[in-house]
Design a protein around this ligand. Sequence first.
Ligand SMILES: Cc1ncc(COP(=O)(O)O)c(C=O)c1O
Length: 382
Amino acid sequence: MHYLDNAATSWPKPEAVYTKMDSAFRHLFSPKRGTAKAARLGASQLDEARGLVASILKVKNPQRICFMGGATHALNAAILAFPLAEGDAIVMSAIEHHAVSRPIRKVSRDKGVRFHVVPYTDTNPFDLSAFEALLKSDPKIRLVATTHASNVLGSVLPIGEIGALCKKYGKTYLVDAAQTAGVLPIDVDAFNIDMIAIPGHKSLYGPPGVGALFIREGVPLQTFMEGGTGGDSGRHELPPTTPDGFEVGTIPLPQILALAEGIRWVKSTGLDAIHDAEMRLLARLLDGLKSIQKLTIYGHTNLQLKTPVVSFNVAGHAPKALGEQLFDEFGIALRAGFHCAPMAHEAVGSAPLGGTVRASIGFTTKDEDVDALLAALTKITR
Ligand SMILES: Cc1ncc(COP(=O)(O)O)c(C=O)c1O
């Protein structure tokens, strides 16, 4: 199999991630639940894992990191439990994943909160002037939520500039880093980020079922789920303090510790080394795709502002059918359709076609994988 679906989930994982998942599941217990030594060992390793997540986001206080079930869980917590009243407004980009846009639409339906969408063009995926004009014209905007990079197009948004404007106008800024944690450097203070959601199973090379939310001190986020934390069990109410107030129920310790192994691997390999290797293959892929007849690439192809994700269509081929053909006849695993982000397809015009075919590169992708896709497309379009 030629695996080109790393934007969905990275595969394979570093060996240490599989080993840790197995050993933590066998030998460690979730902290704060019992007196066994296995629970105390679990607690100290949990602290280390929290520190590792904090380090990749440049968060100074690891206690502001809350482990959750994935980026979707973290984004739902950040949007649905943010204090908003009827008439308040949220801003999002025009290329959001459902994990951001659906909670926003729900808040809008349930609470009468309005939302604005910042205009997109291929060369300017997030129009900063239009954004600032919005911030000036609507004083009821309370929350700004954007992706760091599109999971459909790979386009990177200027989160530093967005964060600076949020700070200037006193708005809370939430970032969806599902496509960039482990791909691009992130610094919550330098970028003025108030909350950021990360997944475990993509470019941090951890397992599914775990992610995290950073919540800056002072952000008035309420608890999202009620339940036990194992600590302070005599109290009837759950205070919204980090991390306990956002980690209710028995936490998935094996997943968290396996994610920590993934982060250790990313740090020891080096973000720059990973990025350079992936960008070299992205350039190879884009060059090859540009020479294939009847093929349209969506979004811009500026490598400086792109993650290793490419969406394309071939005239006369429905994306779903083409994706299936690529796997069935050529063993190429990728994703076709809307990729849980119909807004991005509306922005680039691929929605009426049923979306796009998406190829995405990871650290284990090889030249042969890229070349296999190019050869298959050349054969199909001949
Ligand atoms: C941009 C973006 N946001 C959010 C998510 C959801 O992440 P998770 O699978 O961790 O819930 C994804 C996953 O595909 C994504 O690509």
